[in-house]
Design a protein around this ligand. Structure first.
Ligand code: HEM
Length: 458
């Protein structure tokens, strides 16, 4: 299939490469810089995009290569137009999958399709309306816990918000806080282990030998046991709660059967994993940007005066926080939590007029696309880019939740909870910071090293 001309997403002229081949980074250069790249790959990505064009290749020996792209047409082609030829890489299906099981996030092919059909309806906007009160009560409980007497790193606080919101939406009951805290500890510990494995891939044999992988797999078992206990209690109670767990328990395959228990537990754990760190990062970056831009924070504050989450119709409240939503969208443009999306080609393909072999790994850089020359002053925080009348101009250059059939199933859920959290926090506290800049820590997701803020009660 022929497709696309050179995109106009960057101001840098693209060097003429031999027709049909993707410009590649010399292997020695990758080898020399591998530690720095594993610590923070963003400068490596940026330098090579600037030097070699929107699409470049890294050869890693034994025929294994990765193609990096920030070209908007190529990204659309892989995620949407020819998505059938692209699946998730073993980094997600195997490395992450061994800790969180084979659910939506970590599976491919028919297994994925079957379960996407079952899980997606639970996240439909109409269904989410019924979860908004539970979502707000979780957000409010976490806001109440914020200690205004000291400066604080908000990343762990936002981690608590994101985790508790998923927990409340899934299980509605409030008497499971202790078990949820244990589950959260396990999720965080396993995420850290995965990061260790990714940062030091050459030490995998050692992690096997010193028992750390085994220990973390046992933690995953503990997580499954906690979730299983909660499912058992729900079934034994015979109660209908109308929460996400009920929806998943009632969901049926095409042949009318329900999800096997092990699959249900995998999907539950995956919702925590997928919905926890991404949201915590987006919230932390948004609060940081609002602390750095007091005039915009004031605009958010004024807007929150119109909303009454304690009593009002939650959908109505959310629809009033228009500028708040724009600030969150702009924060995810500058700092997309999923900053690269990976895919592996199944068959040979022609992409951007270049022949690409099957089993090629692609890394689609959302971070670079979101800061490409399509955007005026791309490094500036300008929430008005997402005003209703201009928002659609950016749709080909903005994918915080991915695109195509594997687009985030929790995107509306995440937006609702983030609007509530940012609105609720700014309504109660004035945020300030002494930080000059935020230091990025990109690996599984793009997160800030820390975001230290002062919360002054209004
Ligand atoms: C700001 C918050 C979030 C961001 C930025 C985000 C981003 C993404 C992105 C980019 C993908 C697609 C990855 C790919 O194509 O390889 C994805 C997938 C997914 N997300 Fe989210 N997400 C967020 C919150 C959530 C929440 C709250 C949930 C659920 C409670 C969730 C559940 C999932 C699941 C299950 C998938 C896999 C979908 C599939 O492959 O069918 N996410 N997310």
């Amino acid at each position: 299939m022929q497709m696309m001309k050179e995109s106009k997403t960057t101001s840098t002229p693209i060097p003429v490469s031999k027709k049909g081949s993707v410009p590649s980074v010399p292997q020695l250069e990758v080898f020399k810089n591998q530690n720095a790249i594993l610590r923070n790959p963003l400068p490596f990505h940026h330098e090579n995009f600037e030097k070699l064009g929107h699409t470049f290749m890294v050869k890693l020996g034994a025929g294994y290569k990765i193609i990096f792209t920030r070209d908007s047409e190529t990204i659309k082609y892989i995620l949407q137009k020819n998505h059938k030829n692209y699946q998730k890489s073993p980094l997600q299906t195997k490395d992450l999958g061994k800790y969180i099981g084979q659910g939506l996030l970590t599976s491919n092919g028919e297994h994925w399709r079957k379960h996407r059909r079952m899980v997606q309806p639970a996240f439909h906007k109409k269904k989410l309306v019924g979860l908004l009160d539970a979502m707000w009560s979780a957000v409010q409980d976490e806001i109440e816990r914020i200690d205004a007497s000291t400066v604080q790193n908000v990343l762990p606080l936002m981690g608590d918000v994101a985790f508790q919101v998923v927990a409340r939406a899934l299980f509605s009951a409030e008497d499971i806080r202790e078990r949820m805290q244990k589950l959260q500890r396990i999720t965080v510990l396993n995420q850290k282990m995965l990061i260790r494995e990714m940062r030091r891939p050459y030490l995998k044999w050692w992690f096997q030998l010193d028992g750390s992988i085994k220990r973390h797999l046992e933690l995953s078992k503990d997580a499954q046991n906690i979730l299983n206990e909660i499912v058992e209690e729900r079934l034994a109670s015979g109660e209908e709660k109308d929460d996400l767990l009920d929806m998943l328990l009632q969901a049926k395959y095409e042949d009318g059967t329900a999800m096997p228990r092990k699959q249900l537990l995998d999907e539950l754990l995956i919702l925590f994993t997928a919905g926890h760190e991404t949201t915590a990062n987006a919230l932390s970056f948004t609060l940081y940007l609002l602390a750095k831009h007091p005039e915009m924070q004031e605009e958010v504050y004024q807007e929150t005066q119109k909303a009454d989450f304690e009593n009002g119709d939650q959908m109505q409240n959310l629809s009033l926080l228009i500028f708040t939503q724009q600030c969150i969208e702009e924060a995810m443009r500058l700092y997309p939590p999923v900053y690269v999306i990976d895919r592996v080609s199944i068959k040979d393909d022609i992409v951007d007029e270049r022949k690409i072999k099957k089993r090629t790994t692609w890394l689609l850089s959302m971070y670079e696309l979101h800061r490409s020359a399509h955007w005026d002053n791309p490094d500036e925080f300008r929430p008005e880019r997402f005003a209703a009348d201009v928002k659609k101009n950016h749709s080909d250059y903005y994918y915080p939740f991915g695109a195509g059939p594997r687009m985030c199933v929790g995107n509306n859920f995440a937006m609702y909870e983030m609007i509530m959290a940012v609105g609720g926090i700014v309504k109660k506290f004035k945020l300030t910071t002494d930080m000059d800049e935020v230091v990025l820590d990109p690996l599984v997701s793009l997160r800030p090293k820390e975001v230290v803020l002062r919360f002054s009660e209004r």
